[in-house]
Design a protein around this ligand. Sequence first.
Ligand SMILES: [Cu+2]
Length: 333
Amino acid sequence: MKISKTFGKTFALAALLSATAIAGAEAHVTFLNKEATQESTILATLQLPHGCDGKATTEVRIKLPEGFVFAKPQPKAGWELEVIKGDYQKTYDNHGDKVKAGAVEIRWKNGNLSDDFYDNFVIQGKVSGVEAGTSLAFPVTQMCGDTVEAWDQVAKEGGDAHGMKSPAPMLKVVAGEDHGHGHDDMAGMDMSGMSGMGAAAPAGEVVKAGDLEVSGGFAKAMLPGQPVGGGFFTVKNNGQTDDRLLSVTSPAAGEVQIHEMVTKDNVMRMRQLKDGIGIAAGQTLKLEPGNLHLMFQKVKTPFKQGETVPVTLTFEKAGKVDLVLQVLSAQGK
Ligand SMILES: [Cu+2]
């Protein structure tokens, strides 16, 4: 993002406002719930936010991945349904029956969904035989008369899905409730590489540095296989002069970037703010899910709920501030 010096003062507020305005207006074809529990029957709800370059959508095709079985589409008024069946790679148990084949692609056809409208397409199915942490890709073809939009891009293993133009809708498979939430999460915490955090305040506390007050630091738990993590906090500038968050480092990650969410050409993306973020005198800057955030890259050990992530924030005027982010759930609660 190019920020002219003149605009530095108002930028923090402007960034917040624009990020708030677009929150929820996801422009990609995605699932309403992006997570599914292992061995559970779910309603996979595909959200279609717009047509193709202004044209109305007339057909929606979705390919079902191995591990999403016994699928049944929900009929929709105004659309014809076609269910394409095929062999599964594995055999699945359906209440004692061995099932080797089923729906592998669903097509809603001959509809007419204006670009001005939004709609959902629902498939019931069971997530079965899939390891926790796996992301299932459901490539979608959106057809608007002769115009075809393929939503089929999948990030490579360990790769970054940020900035892909036409990502396939993904379902992240997570472990059932009885797995994974032991009390000894802290015992498994890697304390190596955490030297230098001695001066940092305990997680959740308010840290003061000059005119700045940093509070509410948290990170989201990372799901297995997830390559990047998100971090959030609030900075209040009680002073008479503007300051700027220049950079962030953490012993827990190879790199920490400052990101914003922007919408361009109807596509919501995350973008790195290489010049940092300004905090005007008297203003409060809030990094929060769906808006401005820290993005931890090259994370050594995925963040687990109950752990903490130490970070060092470098401000233009206030200097270095050590902060401890409390790791909350993957939903940030
Ligand atoms: Cu990001």
